[in-house]
Design a protein. Structure first.
Length: 204
């Protein structure tokens, strides 16, 4: 009989102890908030073992505040990307790198320029305008134009070498979304100038 009533006696003793603690000034720990908000029904097995509730919702937040925002890793950056090659796949990869750069640093925290010269001007050249130029490729397809437009909307500027336009017989009207402000006298000179102004050079 002692074995039969042991679980009941244990439960009664536990209840009495809990009541005593509450009367002794433990009311400030309402809901066990100091332990992370554990809640639920405790039970005693036939062996006299006290089991915890199946749900311990308060424990989920003990490792840190959920949803807490980490401070930005990056300070404001000035960067120039250099493109002087034909490969459309590689050019698309460069634009993807630029978008990843913006995603990491933030458009408002980034001053980013792309300098195109030589074969790299093909990135902006309309395929319908290829004939009559001295360029071998024109990669400004609808898909590429959409990528370029998306980057421009985030503050990226594309600068084109005047020497290349003149030497390759490329008219500015044949370049996607282009105006005279985007022309620089020399692509390589612009790269050197920007680096002297504190821009970090990247050639993807």
């Amino acid at each position: 009989m002692k074995i039969l009533f042991w679980p009941v006696l244990f439960a009664l003793a536990l209840s009495a102890a809990t009541l005593s603690m509450a009367e002794g000034g433990m009311s400030g720990m309402s809901g066990m908030g100091a332990m992370g908000g554990m809640s639920g029904t405790y039970r005693v097995t036939n062996d006299g073992i006290l089991l915890q509730p199946a749900s311990m919702s308060g424990m989920s937040g003990m490792g840190g505040k959920a949803g807490s925002r980490q401070p930005s890793r990056y300070v404001k950056q000035k960067v120039v990307y250099h493109v002087n090659y034909y490969d459309a796949k590689k050019q698309a990869g460069a634009l993807r790198n630029i978008q990843n750069h913006i995603n990491a640093v933030g458009a408002d925290n980034l001053d980013l320029k792309v300098v195109l010269h030589g074969n790299g001007v093909s990135l902006l050249l309309d395929p319908d305008a290829l004939e009559g130029t001295k360029m071998k490729e024109a990669n400004a397809t609808d898909e590429m134009q959409a990528k370029i437009a998306g980057l421009k909307q985030q503050g990226v500027t594309f600068n084109v070498c005047a020497n290349t336009l003149r030497g390759r017989k490329v008219a500015t009207d044949d370049l996607y979304d282009f105006n005279g402000v985007d022309i620089v006298p020399s692509g390589v000179a612009e790269l050197a100038h920007l680096q002297s102004q504190g821009y970090t050079y990247i050639k993807p």
